[in-house]
Ligand binder design. Structure first.
Ligand SMILES: Nc1nc2c(c(=O)[nH]1)N[C@H]1C(S)=C(S)[C@@H](COP(=O)(O)O)O[C@H]1N2
Ligand SMILES: [Mo]
Length: 562
């Protein structure tokens, strides 16, 4: 190893650092400028959303399994690491050959632009934050690289490295470090005045120039961070949906939710509540940044194969006869025994009524619902017209919809998985045919139709729990939306199936809880559970993966008794 490899490596590391800081400037400045645009006009949200749209089903479910509801945070962390690595490489490239560095940065900018401009509902002005950010990043990179080159020149050990780098940058015409530096500075127009008089004798020492580089890095990093933070604050203040949401009041429903019967929730400690509080309700969607729609801005377009096309405003909904129902939603990505299900009291306008006004044409068999952020779901038309209470929901458990759950309006359809029915931030209903149109997840390998599969879940004891010996109460939740649960059985240690005590049923569209008393001796035990529904009978034992139309199989829980 020659002594010159160390400084070369050191310089590369510093060039990489310059690249990363410059990338921070791109993102920070774009974030600040982006505060005046829609969220998907910022590079992070646009790139992340595009990535999500290209995520294959197995990866989506892997992400949900691994990170749960933190899947978006995980994506952002992953993106951060990827961007930092790319930026580091670009920093090194720019240090060696500035023109190539510029080309790389512009290429990145173009990729971000493509991502921004292909988001649902984007328009040309949305390009601005990226353009401004990229320009600022390029400027930052130039300043930092120029400082770094001065470091290289000032550092006797590093000078040869710098010479090589600069020689490359100027096409090999440079003879000495100094000349090359001047040529390079002239080429980039960087620090020309300051550098003109530089001679070998008056070059700054390695120490001072290095300090200068680090000072520039520090200042630039602070600028980027302040821009990013300021952008976030500004964006938050500009679209203050929380205030709009808090100021909403709803009329009493024309058809209130039937009172919950006594005993829908067995008294087993640790059991899920019968009605899921909004804050605990699972959240699944492709929205990296939650759409910010005000109630006043919201319009629903109803069109397609209908006799009458029309638009509905939020006011129209509030003036109509609203219904209120308990409905249990379930995600198709829920594994056997999983927790991607929730039960809430929804207030809304029946989709039946919307379709009665639109009068679908013969041959139509599907309604494609689309959200403001470009998600879509294909729901069989008859399901939205039959006696079940599919609705355009405006409230959840007595509150305006939480923003993450679709504010101001979402769909709720009893009996179908969310991906084919529960469109949040819904703004468009197109009456069409399955043969003509496809939806977001069906385009990505999930089944066209998604009726919820019957499922029994053991919640107490949890897997790997450790219980005291003696008599224990176990319990759980079963669902078979729109068919209704009629029986739940458990098998302990692979023994005979025993029927458990079913809690009261609120409706066939909600889940049903159960409990059971067991006497157990110390040791390792398993409990298996299975449900029976009123239409299709016993839940299938056959194990199926979540892709393409929902997991199936009997859940088994292992635990120990002390
Ligand atoms: N706009 C939009 N709506 C959406 C989704 C989405 O990604 N975007 N995901 C659907 C899926 S897969 C499910 S399971 C439900 C989840 O609703 P929740 O987040 O309120 O529980 O929303 C549905 N509605
Ligand atoms: Mo879902």
């Amino acid at each position: 190893m020659s002594s010159s490899t160390k400084p070369r490596r050191g310089l590369s590391a510093l060039a990489a650092l310059a690249g990363i800081i410059a990338a921070g400037v791109v993102l920070g400045i774009a974030e600040l400028a982006g505060a005046f645009f829609r969220a998907s006009a910022t590079p992070v949200i646009a790139l992340g959303s595009t990535f999500i749209d290209f995520t294959p089903p197995w990866m989506k479910d892997f992400a949900i399994e691994t990170f749960g509801t933190n899947d978006k945070l995980a994506l952002l962390v992953g993106m951060g690491i990827t961007i930092a690595l790319l930026a580091a490489v670009l920093g090194i490239v720019a240090f060696r050959r500035w023109v190539l560095g510029v080309a790389g940065v512009l290429l990145m900018g173009a990729i971000i632009l493509a991502s921004v401009l292909t988001r649902a509902g984007s328009s040309l002005p949305d390009a601005l934050p990226t353009i401004v950010g990229t320009a600022a990043g390029l400027l930052a990179l130039r300043v930092l690289i120029a400082r770094l080159r001065r470091t290289a020149v000032g550092d006797p050990a590093g000078a040869s490295t710098a010479t090589t780098a600069m020689t490359a940058a100027t096409g090999g015409r440079g003879a000495t470090g100094v000349t090359v530096t001047e040529k390079d500075d002239a080429a980039t127009g960087q620090d020309g005045n300051e550098r003109e008089g530089a001679t070998a004798a008056s070059l700054p020492s390695a120490g001072t120039s290095r300090r200068g580089f680090f000072a520039a890095v520090g200042v630039t990093a602070v600028v980027a961070a302040v821009a990013a933070g300021g952008g976030r604050l500004l964006a938050g203040a500009r679209n203050n949906i929380a205030a709009v949401r808090d100021s909403l009041a709803f009329p009493a429903p024309a058809s209130p939710a039937p009172a919950l019967p006594a005993g829908v929730h067995p008294p087993v400690p640790g059991l899920t509540p019968f009605v899921t509080p909004n804050d605990d309700f699972y959240r699944i969607d492709t929205a990296l940044s939650v759409p910010q729609l005000t109630a006043d801005d919201w319009v629903l377009r109803v069109h397609g194969m209908v006799e009458e096309e029309f638009e509905l405003s939020f006011r129209d909904l509030l003036d109509a006869d609203l219904i209120e129902r308990h409905v249990t939603l379930t995600c198709v990505s829920n594994p056997v025994g999983g927790y991607l299900a929730g039960n809430a009291k929804w207030l809304g306008y029946p989709l039946r009524e919307v379709l009665a006004r639109a009068r679908p044409l013969d041959g139509a068999d599907m309604v494609l619902s689309t959200s403001s952020d470009g998600f879509s779901a294909s729901t069989p038309l008859p399901v939205l017209q039959d006696e079940r209470d599919a609705m355009l929901a405006v409230a959840m458990n007595g509150e305006p919809l939480p923003v993450e759950h679709g504010f101001p309006v979402r769909m709720v359809v009893p009996g179908l998985y969310g991906y084919v029915s529960a469109t949040k931030w819904v703004v468009d209903l197109e009456v069409t045919r399955f043969a003509d149109r496809t939806a977001y997840w069906t385009d990505r390998g999930w089944a066209e139709k998604g009726p919820i599969k019957t499922m029994a879940r053991v919640e107490v004891p949890q897997s790997f729990a450790s219980l005291e010996a003696g008599t224990v109460m176990i319990g759980g939740t079963a669902w078979s939306q729109h068919r209704g649960i009629t029986k739940v059985e458990v098998s302990v240690d692979n023994g005979d199936w025993e029927e458990v005590t079913l809690a009261a049923e609120a409706s066939v569209d909600t889940w049903r809880q159960w409990s059971h008393e067991l006497s157990l001796e110390s040791g390792l035990h398993t409990v298996r559970s299975r449900a029976t529904d009123a239409v299709d009978g016993l839940q299938t034992e056959e194990r199926a993966d979540t892709v393409p139309d929902g997991a199936s199989g009997w859940q088994s829980v292992q635990f120990t008794v002390k």
